[in-house]
Ligand binder design. Structure first.
Ligand code: PHE
Length: 339
């Protein structure tokens, strides 16, 4: 058999060895050793060269060189791609759990406040913000609650000193606004309020209210009812039932409280509505002329209504939260549910 036949036989062997390599039946080091090693098939060809006719030597030598080059090129390029493959699979292991970037979420109370602001802003109310630290005058006196008035007992106050306190309701911002602005007025004032109450599932030392104030000429109680009914239907749905119960606040006369019928579909509905299905969500009334007097408004010319919405109860009912303290714990697992 001529050396030329040997060359082509080695070529085809090499091809079938590559197939075996693909099937992972042999490894590339073995192939390299078998063909290019010191005692490998290609080296063996060189030793056979001495028996070739002198005239054919250059041609045969060239062929052997070419074969050696082809084989080593092929093995080199294979090992390169294999390295790439292993790198790739290291970088992208699809079975690993992903890295989670906690994107944060909006607090449920903020969600509710935003929704309520949107509803009232559509009918011309604008937002103002009062301060949480205020004086006895703005929180009580100007709102027709003089010292020793029994209504002060309704609101256990955190006093900071003889005249500063943490506001017990957002009604204090009504007075500030009216002192600095003339009617007509249509404002909404959301924020935190503080009361020194025992902390429990149902009450906390701070909570949120949204105050509404409307002052104009010839404002009637039915304007107030109409506005609050519009709000309830927008917020709780078009079929929502509401009811007004007479109540008492020194700064409104007459006064009322508004309940929304929520129903009794879950345990938390029972607990939060005390088994009635009705939830009191706000206090309201026609602004007492005494309040207008304290801000120097002409009580013959102007009248108006005010309301104060409690946010926590609405949030608890809407989201089925049965412990008010969850709203202040800052527990990410809890808060992350509200998107
Ligand atoms: N400020 C009252 C409260 O905290 C609510 C209220 C606001 C009532 C405005 C009437 C008018 O309970």
């Amino acid at each position: 058999m001529s050396i030329i036949d040997d060359i082509s036989k080695i070529k085809s062997n090499f091809k079938s060895d590559l197939d075996l390599l693909n099937l992972k039946k042999i490894n590339s080091d073995d192939i390299k050793y078998k063909y290019l090693g010191r005692k490998g098939l290609v080296s063996n060809l060189y030793s056979l060269l001495s028996s070739v006719d002198n005239a054919e030597k250059p041609l045969v030598g060239k062929k052997i060189n070419q074969l050696k080059l082809d084989i080593s090129d092929k093995l080199n390029s294979l090992s390169k791609t294999r390295k790439l493959d292993t790198n790739k699979s290291l970088d992208l292991d699809y079975s690993l759990p992903g890295i989670s970037y906690n994107p944060g979420s909006i607090h449920p109370l903020t969600l509710i406040i935003q929704e309520i602001k949107d509803i009232f802003n559509k009918i011309g109310f604008s937002n103002i913000y009062g301060s949480e630290v205020d004086t006895d005058y703005y929180n009580f006196e100007a709102l027709n609650i003089p010292k020793h008035h029994p209504a002060r007992d309704m609101q256990d106050t955190f006093y900071l000193n003889n005249h500063s306190l943490l506001r017990t309701h957002t009604s204090s911002s009504q007075v500030h606004f009216m002192e600095n602005n003339n009617p007509p007025i249509r404002i909404l004032s959301p924020g935190r309020v503080y009361r020194n109450e025992d902390i429990s599932v149902r009450s906390y030392c701070l909570f949120h209210q949204i105050e509404g104030l409307y002052v104009d000429k010839n404002v009637s109680f039915s304007d107030l009812k109409g506005t609050l009914e519009y709000f309830a239907k927008q917020f709780f749905g078009p079929k929502t039932k509401i009811r007004f119960r007479p109540s008492y606040f020194p700064f409104t006369e007459p006064s009322a409280e508004m309940d929304v019928y929520w129903g009794l579909n879950s345990d938390s509905d029972y607990r939060i509505t005390k088994g009635t299905g009705w939830l009191e969500i706000l206090g309201c009334g026609m602004v007492n002329p005494q309040v207008f007097k304290s801000v120097d408004y002409d009580v013959k010319k102007w009248n108006g209504y005010a309301f104060g919405l409690g946010i926590e109860r609405i949030a608890m009912l809407k989201y089925g939260i049965d412990d008010i303290r969850l709203l202040y714990d800052g527990n990410i697992n809890f808060l992350g549910q509200f998107k």
